[in-house]
Design a protein around this ligand. Structure first.
Ligand SMILES: Nc1ncnc2c1ncn2[C@@H]1O[C@H](COP(=O)(O)OP(=O)(O)OP(=O)(O)O)[C@@H](O)[C@H]1O
Length: 940
């Protein structure tokens, strides 16, 4: 059975074969009936004809000449009493005396049909059984076919396959196989017995041994045929045969409870003979014909129409036409109106239609059911139900395998490390704290700008303390289903408690830990709030002995809910800022160890650190990696300084867009614009000296690009008014230079104006640098929600602010214009050189203009020479300021190389003909925000 089931293609194939065999034998065996058929039934339920029945029928008999009506042959039986018994099959082989009594020799057709039947029966049988079937077939061919089998095959051919016939075929063939095997065994037994007396005469074993000997022989004989498979009709065989018989029947005779006919057939065969009981018009396009079953059975005993539930149908074009035809037909048959055939009308939907109609609804209901099951299981408890929605998504890292990060890998945040060390010692030696009665801190919030190493620090804490580390992001608690967030929190803390001591790290906790709204509009935040509440509850729920430390990282500590920050929950608040110069050096140190470079590390990291103010730890890691990629592209064996500088340039300014070709006029404008900035930076004492200027388009839409060293040379924490005015004047330098050197100006300075306006506004509204406004702080719209809807000052104050901002910008403008008018020649020199070379470095500036009239301060002079190559000792940004010594009208010849230039330390690109580009972050948004932050903190 299983074999059969495993091979459906075999069943299909075998049934096809049987069908073919059946069809073939059907055509061969079908022959005209020897006698004219009776065309009338002995009893009728209706009489339509005007003539007597016998007459009418008699006529019909004559007309048809005994042949069934065209297309209705299936209604007539081929044999039976009326057909004159089974005819002598044509083509029978001459009797060779072979067949046994009760059997007849096979004709060629019968032999073929039998072959097919046997082949089919063999399918799905074990090989040994199939062999027996083969033997049976050979025997049948030799000894003739049992009459019962012949009749069954004939019935199948003539009348079609039925389950009973299929089962009978199966039974007969397997029975024959069994007989064959039995007779084979008998023959062998007889043969063995006939040999036995001979042996007994030659060696008589004696009276005592005879029985034993016989018995022994018997056993031996039995064991001579160990492999003979007896086909027994046990339960499994019975089921198998039933199954095969059913399959045969279904495949050969697909279920048929209706059959289509034509109007003519309907009329000739049923209507005219009065066999129609009623007609049902279905969906106005099909007519179902219900016949008088008894009359049909007596008239056509073998017709399927005599079976219960069977009906004929035919299609109609329109109901009206159909009704007209029926009417005409009945009129022609002269059926009285009281006896006319009833016609009913019925609308029925097909399965396909029903499916189309209800399918989408069912699908929708199914989807809703599925989703609600998921949600319910998610909300349903800590274990998360069958779909695991409520399970925590936290990744567990094992300190032995995954967490290899140590505090030594985290550079440049010594204070933060000190703070967090305490958690490590608590996890390592809790006893020490408990002895003194100290309560263990529950957790710490690490806050700071992106990429400053918060996750790294948390990992290092886990790595140092050697405990499991659960890392999860705040957003992973947020799902569209209600109740999933709190459920995940519960699961996370339950897991952590099972693994104590351990650390839970929730990154981006602001995703769920935002301050809860006083009133929520529409309840949209309920889910987030209940997740937060669950965290609060869980953190409260730790007993003080439980060694679970919760660390959380965020970029927005200011938006967190106060309840999170209270002692007993996140006790510690560790702010991690962007690294200082020293911090950057240390971070470069950590990352430079991972790459191959032959540069002097001490110098390299100092120089790179001073080139990267405002870089976060992640930026530094990226910069080192980028340098390695640049070096790999050039196919060199170690990374050189130039690669690092290219990498920094790329990170700050974006990719060079050499494909963007500017027209000569545009190029000239950009050159003069950038030269204006550069001259301002060079000659204003508190402005940022230029490091590199280029007119190669870069990044997103910038046509020119200049980099400056922050004034003071180091990390700027505070900025005074003079610095601000110089910086604003320098920012306007581009536009002023355009005004002075061209007839018209361009749109290229809009970003400069934006910076200047913002800075002047901050000076007036935040930094108390305007006498008219005084020492007031007006938040802008991004800072407070109230300021988003209404200005925090009156209209009059607004007007005053506008006036003050304008005044400051005007002052900066005049300061810039005065300088650039004075340095008109220098601007031309720098602009023309820039136009020629496209890129100018600090050394080019020194060559063209002479050394900057003010000494460079801080680390810049240490790593870049700063004109003297000496490290300044003491003095602030203004320390040791020399008088500006502007070159005279006959300044250095633009073509002269190295004239008066600062010499860079050897090995740092200063000795080559084209000095390595030295790049600095200019005054950009981040610097601006840095100032704001510094001012804010100073105010606090
Ligand atoms: N102080 C540091 N020392 C060494 N490497 C650092 C430092 N800070 C950051 N990095 C590098 O930056 C990568 C990213 O840092 P990390 O993921 O810890 O930043 P983060 O502050 O968590 O950022 P975010 O706030 O975006 O999640 C680290 O894998 C590491 O390579």
């Amino acid at each position: 059975m299983t074999t059969l089931l495993r091979r459906p293609q075999n069943v299909a194939k075998s049934s096809r074969q049987l069908l073919e065999a059946y069809n073939l034998s059907q055509t061969l065996a079908r022959r005209p009936a020897s006698l004219p058929r009776p065309l009338y039934a002995s009893a009728r339920s209706r009489h339509y004809a005007t003539q007597p029945d016998s007459e009418q029928d008699g006529k019909k008999v004559d007309k048809t000449g005994g042949a069934p009506p065209k297309g209705m042959e299936h209604l007539y039986s081929q044999d039976g009493a009326m057909s004159g018994g089974p005819p002598q099959p044509p083509g029978r082989k001459p009797d060779d005396g072979g067949p046994l009594p009760g059997r007849t020799k096979l004709t060629q057709q019968e032999e073929k049909a039998l072959n097919d039947v046997f082949k089919l029966v063999k399918k799905g049988m074990p090989a040994t059984m199939a062999d027996d079937i083969d033997k049976a077939l050979v025997r049948v061919k030799k000894e003739g076919m049992p009459d019962e089998l012949r009749e069954t095959i004939k019935e199948c051919t003539d009348e079609g396959m039925s389950p009973a016939r299929a089962a009978k075929l199966w039974r007969l063939t397997t029975q024959m196989a069994r007989h064959t095997v039995e007779s084979e065994m008998n023959e062998k037994q007889k043969q063995a017995e006939s040999e036995q007396p001979k042996q007994q005469t030659t060696a008589d074993p004696g009276p005592g041994k005879t029985e034993e000997g016989k018995g022994g022989k018997k056993k031996k004989k039995e064991s001579e045929f160990p492999d003979v498979t007896m086909i027994k009709f046990d339960l499994s065989n019975f089921l198998l045969s039933g199954f095969v018989a059913y399959l045969l029947y279904r495949l050969v005779m697909p279920t048929e409870n209706s059959r289509e006919i034509t109007w003519q057939e309907f009329r000739n065969t049923f209507l005219d003979k009065g066999l129609v009981e009623k007609m049902v018009v279905i969906n106005s396009n099909r007519v179902r014909v219900y016949l008088h079953r008894d009359s049909v059975a007596s008239m056509y005993p073998d017709s399927p129409a005599s079976q219960q539930g069977f009906y004929y149908y035919f299609s109609i074009g329109s109901v009206e036409a159909f009704e007209r035809r029926v009417e005409d037909a009945q009129n022609a048959l002269a059926i009285p109106s009281s006896e006319r055939i009833p016609i009913m009308y019925h609308e029925e939907g097909s399965w396909a239609n029903t499916l189309f109609a209800f399918g989408p609804t069912l699908l929708f209901i199914g989807a809703i059911f599925y989703i609600s099951r998921r949600a319910a299981s998610g909300a349903g408890g800590g274990q998360g139900g069958i779909f695991g929605m409520g399970k925590s998504r936290a990744k567990k890292f094992n300190h032995e395998t995954d967490i290899k990060v140590k505090f030594s890998d985290v550079a440049g945040m010594d204070e933060a490390k000190l703070e967090i060390m305490e958690f490590v010692s608590f996890l390592k030696e809790p006893g020490m704290y408990q002895k003194l009665g100290a309560k263990i801190p529950r957790g710490a919030i690490l806050s700071g700008p992106p990429g400053t190493g918060k996750t790294l620090l948390a990992k290092a804490t886990a790595g140092e303390s050697g405990v499991p580390f659960f890392s999860v992001s705040g957003s992973e608690f947020v799902e569209m289903f209600v109740g999933v967030g709190p459920s995940r929190v519960r699961d996370l803390f339950a897991n952590a408690r099972k693994n104590t001591p351990c650390i839970i790290f929730i990154d981006e906790i602001d995703a769920i830990g935002k301050a809860r709204a006083k009133q929520s509009f529409g309840g949209g935040n309920d889910e987030r709030e209940s997740t937060l509440n669950q965290i609060l509850t869980e953190m409260d729920g730790f007993n003080t002995q439980e060694q679970v430390v919760v660390l959380a990282g965020t970029n927005r500590a200011d938006v967190l809910d106060q309840a999170l920050m209270r002692p007993g929950r996140f006790d510690r608040h560790i702010a991690i800022d962007k690294p200082t110069m020293d911090g950057r050096k240390q971070i470069f140190d950590v990352h430079l160890k991972k790459v191959v470079t032959n540069e002097d590390l001490e110098n390299l990291k100092g120089r790179l650190a001073s080139l990267t103010p405002g870089f976060s730890g992640a930026d530094i890691a990226n910069c080192v990696n980028e340098a390695a990629l640049v070096a790999a592209r050039e196919n060199v064996s170690s990374i050189k300084l130039i690669h690092f500088e290219k990498a920094i340039e790329r990170i700050i300014g974006g990719l060079e867009k050499r494909s963007l070709v500017l027209s000569p006029e545009e190029k000239k404008t950009v050159s003069y614009h950038e030269a204006g900035h550069a001259i301002c930076g060079w000659y204003f004492q508190y402005a940022d000296p230029l490091l590199k200027v280029s007119i190669i388009p870069r990044g997103s839409g910038a046509l020119g690009y200049a980099q400056y060293l922050p004034a003071g040379g180091g990390d700027l924490v505070l900025m005074n008014m003079k610095q601000m005015m110089d910086r604003m004047a320098m920012t306007l330098g581009g536009r002023v230079s355009e005004e002075l050197h061209f007839e018209t100006v361009t749109s290229g300075a809009s970003d400069d104006f934006n910076k200047v306006t913002r800075m002047a506004t901050a000076m007036v509204t935040k930094w108390g640098m305007s006498e008219k406004i005084g020492y007031l702080y007006y938040p802008d719209s991004g800072e407070s929600s109230e300021a988003q809807f209404s200005k925090p000052f009156s209209e009059e104050t607004g007007r005053k602010i506008d006036g003050e901002v304008r005044r400051i910008v005007d002052e900066a403008y005049h300061q810039c214009r005065d300088l650039l008018q004075e340095k008109h020649k220098e601007v031309v020199i720098v602009a023309e050189e820039l136009l020629k070379k496209e890129v100018l470095s600090r050394d080019d500036m020194v060559r063209l203009l002479g050394p900057r009239p003010f000494p460079d301060a801080g680390d810049f002079s240490k790593y870049f020479g700063g004109g003297t190559g000496e490290v300044p000792t003491g003095g602030g940004p203004m320390g040791g300021a020399a008088k500006p010594t502007a070159p005279g009208p006959n300044g250095p010849d633009p073509g002269e190389s190295g004239g008066g230039g600062a010499t860079l330390p050897p090995g740092l690109g200063g000795s080559g003909p084209e000095p390595a580009p030295t790049i600095m972050q200019g005054f950009d948004d981040s610097t601006y925000r840095g100032f704001e932050e510094a001012f804010k903190q100073a105010r606090r």
